[in-house]
Design a protein around this ligand. Sequence first.
Ligand code: NAG
Ligand code: NAG
Ligand code: NAG
Ligand code: NAG
Ligand code: NAG
Ligand code: NAG
Ligand code: NAG
Ligand code: NAG
Ligand code: NAG
Ligand code: NAG
Ligand code: NAG
Length: 330
Amino acid sequence: MASKEEKTLSFIPIILILLLDSSASAATAGQEAEALLNWKASLDNSTSLSLLPSWVGNSICNWEGIACNNFESITQINLTASGLRGTLHALSFSSFPSLMSLNLSHNAIFGTIPLEIGFLKSLQILDLAGNNINGSIPHEVGMLGKLTILSLQQNNLSGNLPTEICMLNSLSVINVAFNSLMGSIPEAIGNLSNLTVLALQLNNFSGAIPSTIGNLSSLKEMYLMGNQLIGNIPPEIGKLKFLTHLGLVDNKLNGSLPSGLNNFTFLKQLHPMGKEWKRIHGYGLVGIKQRSIITRNNEMHDDKDIQLGQLVACTHSWPSPEWKEHIRWD
Ligand SMILES: *[C@@H]1O[C@H](CO)[C@@H](O)[C@H](O)[C@H]1NC(C)=O
Ligand SMILES: *[C@@H]1O[C@H](CO)[C@@H](O)[C@H](O)[C@H]1NC(C)=O
Ligand SMILES: *[C@@H]1O[C@H](CO)[C@@H](O)[C@H](O)[C@H]1NC(C)=O
Ligand SMILES: *[C@@H]1O[C@H](CO)[C@@H](O)[C@H](O)[C@H]1NC(C)=O
Ligand SMILES: *[C@@H]1O[C@H](CO)[C@@H](O)[C@H](O)[C@H]1NC(C)=O
Ligand SMILES: *[C@@H]1O[C@H](CO)[C@@H](O)[C@H](O)[C@H]1NC(C)=O
Ligand SMILES: *[C@@H]1O[C@H](CO)[C@@H](O)[C@H](O)[C@H]1NC(C)=O
Ligand SMILES: *[C@@H]1O[C@H](CO)[C@@H](O)[C@H](O)[C@H]1NC(C)=O
Ligand SMILES: *[C@@H]1O[C@H](CO)[C@@H](O)[C@H](O)[C@H]1NC(C)=O
Ligand SMILES: *[C@@H]1O[C@H](CO)[C@@H](O)[C@H](O)[C@H]1NC(C)=O
Ligand SMILES: *[C@@H]1O[C@H](CO)[C@@H](O)[C@H](O)[C@H]1NC(C)=O
């Protein structure tokens, strides 16, 4: 505790110097190096003999996983699968005014997402997928006005999807799959006219699918399987003319399939115990002509037949490897 406070106090003179310094770029570089080294020092180095060995001295732009702009201010921190074990709380987010991409996916980061994440005013990509982060997604994420990709899947996040996310109109991808999020899908999600991927599967979202989903005019992929969603599929989904992947299995949806989806191939009659189903288990989606819908465990009423031949033929075309982990092949 005492040493933490000392560290914080030792920052104050540096900040004062920075404020007085007329050479902004040099000052920023020093501040950024200090911030990264403080974070490195907070990480668990007991499992790795060489934790970020290049992170010494102050040529930060040559450090592993770091990229800078022409003013030697950090624009990317890119440390995917680097064996990092620790929290984000010793990372001074306010020290990175130029940071556009923070990619710390597939490490062993735990603890919560600090509210200070909102200081990253230039951030376009936030990828913290595949860690062990818990707590809720802070409302401060709504301050990241330039964000295009929000990747928080495969963590242990709880709480609601903050409505503030719906103000980020540059967003192209929201992936919060494989967490313990709950509450309803915000109606304001329909504001995100540039959204192409909405991945909410394998959480505990409840309530109805908001009809405003039909306003997501750029949407190509929507994954909602494995939640507690009720009610009917809003007919407005039929307006999504670019939609190629729609995953709805394992919810509590009822009613009929929207007529706008007529050209999709429906797989509702695949039964877990039936022989057709033997090929596929789990939460997958299956591309048939890259257009598919699975309605398992919902109560849908539709007469379309399954075209098993096509199903088998298309099983290799998964959109990303992570889906495969949840599929068992017989
Ligand atoms: C790990 O960190 C501790 C304290 O931060 C330091 O004393 C120790 O030398 C480091 N071990 C290695 C292998 O770098
Ligand atoms: C960060 O990763 C992206 C791909 O996700 C890559 O284009 C970029 O060059 C990487 N930057 C650094 C500094 O490793
Ligand atoms: C993060 O980096 C990894 C490895 O470079 C890459 O596969 C992934 O696409 C990056 N994430 C984003 C959102 O670009
Ligand atoms: C997050 O996990 C830690 C253990 O790693 C636990 O002490 C803490 O209570 C959890 N916080 C939340 C909000 O779940
Ligand atoms: C997620 O958190 C819950 C409690 O908040 C805990 O019981 C569970 O083990 C955690 N899951 C993982 C994968 O850490
Ligand atoms: C939405 O996407 C288009 C085309 O990619 C782009 O020109 C536009 O700036 C984006 N809008 C926002 C708010 O980011
Ligand atoms: C978002 O959508 C809601 C209605 O769903 C609307 O009231 C609100 O003004 C919109 N916000 C923005 C920032 O566009
Ligand atoms: C999911 O939400 C329901 C209520 O909507 C609740 O009863 C259940 O305990 C929740 N499950 C988890 C794993 O949080
Ligand atoms: C968004 O969707 C709702 C419900 O479908 C609709 O009433 C509203 O007019 C739409 N707003 C825009 C801006 O398209
Ligand atoms: C669907 O479920 C909702 C709420 O769970 C219920 O109010 C409605 O009557 C159901 N509709 C049909 C056609 O079963
Ligand atoms: C359905 O898809 C086929 C190609 O897969 C296309 O030729 C046809 O025009 C589509 N029909 C409608 C109504 O969109």
